[in-house]
Ligand binder design. Structure first.
Ligand SMILES: C[S@@+](CC[C@H](N)C(=O)[O-])C[C@H]1O[C@@H](n2cnc3c(N)ncnc32)[C@H](O)[C@@H]1O
Ligand code: SF4
Length: 432
């Protein structure tokens, strides 16, 4: 039983995924194809967004918890070829659909050379139809950008460029195995602001070697650069980071310092007339939000994701992930894992994803044609009885739960469906 409890404890909110990936199982590509086919035929008006996963990076930063890979140019070319083959398999399904959103993410999409990028974007725009003024979000590491690459992105209607800056402290960057030149960064930011609609900057508080003084100094510099959105992360020393693999210690002193930086960051960002949005974003303009996150979380729209480890979701039908284990010829060795679910589980997915920020009652009704409090009133009552005030904030329009203050197991038992719970118990050997 303890083993199962530990699993429950661990899997809640890993990657914000519900149902948790631990209970996915293999599926054939042609079955996924037919699920998409059914969905597209039966839900003519529904939005679908497109996700492109580029797993490669130039170096592995010590703080990074992402499943990213270092690659030569040949490997990247091979990956792009596989990616295209995979897209060609599915794209005929979408011929009469207008894609509502594009997102390039993960390792470093901007690692693609200018030629690779142009070629791939041409291919993508040939294979899919996009809405006019489709929100197009591209994530980039500043050192991999030049003016020509930014022009290419602009010419393919990238509307939001997200720059991963992380820190401006060069000692911190070098010691985290990250290449970034501050002067080059300013030039890139200036050019992006003149050419792309919206600029986001990602930063992290408490990277190894950071001091409170340096953090507060460079944060003010970032604010003066005036990006449309700033995304502030707390460093998470998870076991997937090189930081943890190198057996570095993350002490209570570090946790307290990180919190001090984080709270200071929030204060300064709010003082700069920004508003706090979901997901630790601080913004000036709602239009600058990452619309993919809005589609994924607030609107529960379906998405097709390509390729290695990319996640896809067909509303009220299935979630699946592409080839979990990377090898250099993923196309011929591809595999898929999936989980299929009914409306109840789709609602659980929605609720768990949204309660972490704010769940809007009106939006819930728009999506599920039913009332949130009718569907979830009993569960909320259980939470209120156990944790009232500490964890739930309710207004006439919205509800939010402070997940940090709730025991994972209690949340799992309240919000995970019976089916999911049983599958987890089956898999981890406890059928009690
Ligand atoms: C998928 S990562 C991509 C990072 C990007 N390639 C870059 O050059 O930094 C997205 C974001 O996760 C954040 N991140 C990465 N490792 C983290 C960690 N261990 N704790 C907290 N945030 C982290 C970083 O701020 C980063 O911008
Ligand atoms: S932080 Fe970004 S560039 Fe560094 S290893 Fe992670 S994904 Fe790659």
């Amino acid at each position: 039983m303890n083993k199962t409890l530990n699993i429950f404890r661990k899997i809640l909110w890993r990657d914000n995924m519900y149902p948790p990936m631990e209970i996915y199982f293999p599926i054939k590509k042609k079955e996924i194809y037919s699920y998409w086919n059914d969905y597209i035929e039966s839900w003519v008006d529904n939005k679908i967004w497109l996700y492109i996963h580029i797993p490669f990076c130039r170096t592995k930063c010590n703080f990074c918890h992402c499943n990213s890979l270092i690659a030569s140019n040949e490997k990247i070319n091979a990956y792009l070829n596989d990616l295209k083959k995979e897209i060609l398999y599915f794209s005929p399904l979408f011929k009469n659909k207008k894609i509502s959103n594009i997102y390039f993410w993960w390792g470093t999409p901007s690692i693609l050379s200018n030629t690779q990028l142009k070629d791939f974007l041409w291919f993508l725009f040939w294979e899919f139809n996009f809405m006019i003024k489709v929100p197009f979000c591209f994530e980039a590491m500043p050192e991999t950008l030049d003016y020509e690459k930014i022009d290419i992105l602009k010419n393919f209607w990238v509307s939001r460029l997200s720059l991963w800056v992380q820190s401006l402290n060069s000692w911190v960057l070098v010691n985290n195995n990250r290449i970034q030149d501050e002067n080059n960064l300013y030039e890139i930011i200036y050019y992006v602001k003149n050419n792309i609609d919206f600029l986001n900057i990602d930063i992290v508080c408490w990277l190894e070697w950071e001091t409170f003084e340096s953090f507060s100094t460079w944060l003010k510099k970032i604010i003066l650069l005036n990006p449309d959105i700033i995304h502030l992360y707390r460093f998470n020393p998870s076991e997937t980071t090189n930081f943890s693999k190198l057996w570095k210690k993350y002490t209570q002193y570090d946790i307290d310092l990180r919190e001090k930086m984080y709270q200071y960051g929030i204060k300064i960002l709010l003082k700069s007339w920004r508003k706090k949005l979901r997901n630790d974003d601080f913004w000036f303009s709602m239009d600058a939000r990452n619309m993919t996150i809005v589609e994924r979380i607030e609107n529960a729209s379906s998405n097709i994701g390509f390729w290695y480890t990319a996640r896809s979701n067909i509303f009220w039908k299935i979630s699946y992930v592409n080839s979990w284990v990377y090898n250099e010829n993923i196309y011929t060795n591809s595999s898929y894992i999936w989980y299929s679910y009914d409306l109840i589980e789709e609602k659980h997915r929605y609720v768990l994803q949204n309660l972490i920020d704010w769940l809007s009652f009106k939006q819930y009704k728009n999506i599920f044609w039913s009332d949130f409090l009718c569907d979830y009133g009993n569960k909320i009552k259980i939470l209120i009885n156990k944790f009232w005030k500490e964890c739930i904030i309710v207004s006439d329009e919205e509800i939010k739960i402070n997940f940090e203050k709730i025991d994972n197991i209690i949340l799992n038992t309240i919000f995970f469906s019976r089916n999911v719970m049983n599958k987890i118990k089956e898999k981890y050997g406890n059928k009690s």
